[in-house]
Write a protein that binds this ligand. Structure first.
Ligand SMILES: Cc1cc2nc3c(=O)[nH]c(=O)nc-3n(C[C@H](O)[C@H](O)[C@H](O)COP(=O)(O)O)c2cc1C
Length: 328
């Protein structure tokens, strides 16, 4: 293994200063965050999420106006593109460095992404999804563990980073050695980055740690609330998807702070799905008022490693510096 943090295959492929990609977090990763990460030498991915075109047009233009185009791309929730891919088609006209697809079959979108000259990044949660990503021509596979904030595989199907990443690395080495591998889930400091590289990843995809930064679009109150929690404080379920009217395929669910609203419904999601109106009204009121005993705060287990709200560039520099020291 090389001792320079800047000389991993992922940094070389995307002209980065550190092998870090910022996760395309729906509603949180707008243009300011993607641009700040790109300026700091990471790959900045605007959170195209559910494919809402006016939001994406505004935020992607902001990213391009404030950061280097060659390190800026966009991510989408794949099953949502199956309903409407106009936001993908729009962004492909703006020469993104990369398009990341998560949560669904990437193959129907592979040709148009390749034709636009963008690198395809596919986030996967299980070994069985990797061949589909390779068939789609993925330049980068992200192995996401169940620790991750936001969506991922449900507890029956999800994997843990510590064994998933090296297994994925071995598979890629044997079947598709030119495909790069990123680790995602629970990585929030230089120890996590160094560990991922040692496990065989070419870099990391960071969500929660970059959510807790000045440029993230989440409210300051939500960020400050998260700072006070430790890593025991999150849980994974369908509760907030039902409350937010997001019709996710049932194998995927959502990790966020396990607040009073979550605890009330986590054991009875079928009942919530069957009669959601009253709980939704309470949830929507709480979201409007910033009441985090009911509204969701979307972070993963890494929240226990987050103790400040710096600019995103400082997080990137700190992670790179700490990893460099750990590896050296
Ligand atoms: C607030 C938030 C929103 C997210 N939204 C998306 C999304 O829209 N699309 C996606 O592919 N992943 C999304 N993710 C998951 C990330 O891609 C990534 O897998 C995860 O953040 C990595 O784990 P970490 O949060 O421990 O760093 C989101 C994560 C967070 C924390």
């Amino acid at each position: 293994m090389t001792s320079s943090i800047a000389s991993f295959r992922f940094t070389e492929a995307f002209s980065l200063a550190a092998p870090i990609a910022q996760a395309p977090m729906a509603y949180a990763a707008g243009g300011a965050l993607a641009a700040a990460c790109a300026r700091a030498g990471a790959l900045g991915l605007v959170g195209g999420g559910y494919g809402e075109l006016p939001w994406l047009q505004r935020e992607y233009a902001l990213a391009l106006s404030a950061g280097p185009r060659e390190r800026i791309g966009c991510g989408f929730i794949t099953w949502k593109l199956d309903e409407d891919a106009s936001a993908l088609d729009w962004v492909l006209q703006h020469r993104p460095a990369a398009v990341m697809l998560s949560f669904g079959d990437p193959r129907p979108y592979a040709r148009r992404i390749a034709d636009a000259g963008a690198a395809l990044i596919c986030q996967v949660q299980r070994m069985e999804q990797i061949p589909h990503a390779i068939e789609a021509g993925a330049a980068v596979v992200v192995a996401q563990g169940g620790e991750a904030g936001g969506h991922g595989m449900d507890t029956l199907n999800g994997r843990a980073v510590i064994s998933f990443v090296p297994e994925a690395a071995d598979w890629l080495a044997a079947h598709s050695p030119s495909t790069l591998l990123l680790a995602a889930g629970g990585i929030a400091d230089g120890r996590g980055l160094a560990a991922a590289l040692i496990l065989g990843a070419d870099g990391v995809l960071v969500g929660s740690r970059l959510w807790a930064t000045q440029e993230c679009l989440a409210s300051d109150a939500a960020k400050r609330h998260a700072l006070a929690q430790d890593g025991d404080a999150t849980a994974r379920s369908a509760v907030f998807d039902i409350l937010r009217r997001k019709d996710w395929p049932t194998t995927y669910n959502f990790r966020a702070l396990r607040n009073a609203m979550h605890r009330e419904w986590e054991g009875q999601t079928d009942a919530l799905r069957a009669a959601p109106d009253e709980a939704r009204a309470l949830f929507e009121q709480a979201a409007a008022q910033g009441d985090f005993t009911r509204a969701n705060v979307t972070v993963g287990e890494a929240v226990g490693l987050i103790r400040d709200l710096p600019p995103a560039g400082e997080v990137i520099a700190r992670m790179a510096r700490e990893a460099q020291a750990a590896l050296g």
